[in-house]
Write a protein that binds this ligand. Structure first.
Ligand code: PHE
Length: 463
């Protein structure tokens, strides 16, 4: 696609909200709280914030700057920075190709929960086995996945400013309000269980926020650090070409540094608030044991919490799942856009045709992922020790292997081959200040690659 015809965001707020829309997703609402609950709350949060300001900042800045500098989608952008390293673009585009189908399957689960609460059936969702019973059905999960996917495609179909920017401008502010509202409510909770023990939201808050250094081992600290890094990485949507694609739609006079800080702040605040909304509520109704719910925290534990709340629980559950839909859809839109824009740039197809091709692809693979829980069920032991089905295999290949690898190659490209100056010049080209310049250089050349390498070793089960 030539630069002249390339669409763009109307303004920097639109860009910030669209990028924040991509960053704020299931990762913030579903993954962050359960990791925080598992990893000694406060300590996880501390690691996460420090990493966000250094590690995350360096990667996000790099990708957005590559996008704006080259005005290309991920598939072709890296080649423009360095001819020999264009392969990074292919790998980076492969990530959203793998993620899109299964992200939409999960989006479909969220839709189902939303409609369950909307029709007043919330207590059914609290029953044991509801979640497994639902995802192992043959047709329903496929139908909800397709509904979610079609909505995502329609947004991408309408283009960067009429589709993505417009949607994000409406949904993101509402999402922020909803998450603030539910967190405040969560803090006011109090519950006396069958044994007569009373637990309050404020006690839960303390468990969530205050680090407990008393009997922590080095190994636990290391696990927490790796979890925080893996989470951050997923949360800011780097290493899958999305931020390159969005960066390519930003106008040359936008202050990139300012926008990047806003995107990161938005993403971190929503993650922290999601934890604030979920961890104390789960603690109040289910005690400390409930907090180790792991990945099932959102689909299994939370409906139980909502049902314990009584009548108001149906309303809170409804609002909660609405908010999760908003978070998930603005993310899936960005995943799809990364693929669509790549097809447009590489094969010179128009947006509409590219979107339809990607939609058909995603439906086929989405169906395969859904069938992974019934007709195509199998159990596979992944190198990191967990046991999974098709969805987990896709997730493992993209998040644990390809993403750290793509980010590592990007660090080599910018840190050592093209040099950090490439990014710094792009960010400061209108005379803007690059506030954390030294941190950026040290990060992109040394610290980030070393940490990513450790993450990769951990993913393949080497330590
Ligand atoms: N950043 C998103 C989140 O936190 C996750 C995501 C992954 C978004 C992949 C797009 C693509 O949930």
């Amino acid at each position: 696609m030539s630069e002249k015809n390339r669409s763009s965001f109307n303004g920097s707020i639109g860009f910030v909200l669209a990028a924040a829309g991509s960053a704020v997703g299931l990762g913030n609402i579903w993954r962050f709280p359960y990791l925080a609950a598992k990893d000694n709350g406060g300590m996880f949060i501390l690691c996460y914030i420090i990493l966000a300001l250094t590690f995350g900042f360096a990667l996000l800045t790099t990708e957005i700057a590559i996008g704006r500098k080259t005005k290309q989608s991920p598939l072709t952008a890296y080649k423009k920075i360095n001819k020999k390293m264009g392969g990074i673009g292919t790998l980076a585009t492969l990530v959203p190709v793998i993620i899109l189908p299964y992200y939409c399957v999960i989006g479909g689960w969220v839709l189902k929960y939303f409609f369950t609460f909307a029709s007043g059936q919330g207590t059914a969702a609290a029953a044991d086995g509801y979640f497994t019973g639902y995802i192992t059905q043959q047709w329903q999960p496929i139908i909800w996945m397709i509904v979610f996917l079609v909505f995502t495609s329609l947004t991408v179909f309408c283009g960067v400013n009429k589709g993505i920017e417009k949607l994000s401008k409406i949904l993101m502010p509402i999402l922020l309000l909803l998450v603030i509202g539910i967190s405040v409510y969560s803090l006011t909770l109090s519950y006396t269980d069958a044994e007569g023990a009373t637990r309050t939201g404020l006690e839960g808050l303390k468990i969530y926020l205050v680090p407990d250094f008393s009997n922590i081992t080095l190994k636990e600290f290391f696990v927490t650090l790796m979890d925080a890094m893996g989470q951050l990485f997923f949360s800011i949507s780097v290493a899958m070409g999305i931020m390159v694609a969005y960066g390519s739609y930003v106008s040359d006079d936008t202050n990139l540094m300012k926008s990047i800080n806003q995107i990161e702040t938005f993403d971190t605040i929503v993650a922290l608030l999601a934890g604030l909304m979920i961890v104390p509520a789960v603690y109040v109704f289910m005690g400390r044991d409930g907090m180790s719910g792991g990945p099932g925290l959102m689909f299994v534990s939370l409906p139980k919490v909502f049902s314990e709340m009584g009548k108001i629980g149906t309303v809170i559950g409804f609002v909660f799942f609405l908010m999760v839909i908003f978070a998930a859809v603005t993310s899936s839109v960005s995943v799809m856009e990364a693929i669509v824009s790549s097809i447009m740039d590489r094969f010179h197809l128009d947006r509409k045709k590219s979107t339809v091709i990607v939609l058909i692809y995603a439906i086929i693979f989405g169906i395969i992922v859904c069938l992974g829980y019934n007709k195509l069920y199998f159990e596979v032991k992944l190198p990191n020790g967990s046991i999974g089905q098709i969805l987990d295999v896709f997730d493992y290949i993209s998040n644990n292997i390809l993403m750290p690898f793509v980010a590592l190659l990007t660090c080599i490209l910018i840190g050592w081959v093209a040099k950090p100056k490439t990014v710094i010049d792009e960010v400061t080209k209108n005379g803007e200040k690059f506030n954390r310049k030294t941190i950026y250089i040290v990060m992109i050349k040394f610290v980030v690659p070393v940490l990513l390498f450790a993450l990769l070793l951990q993913a393949v089960g080497l330590f």
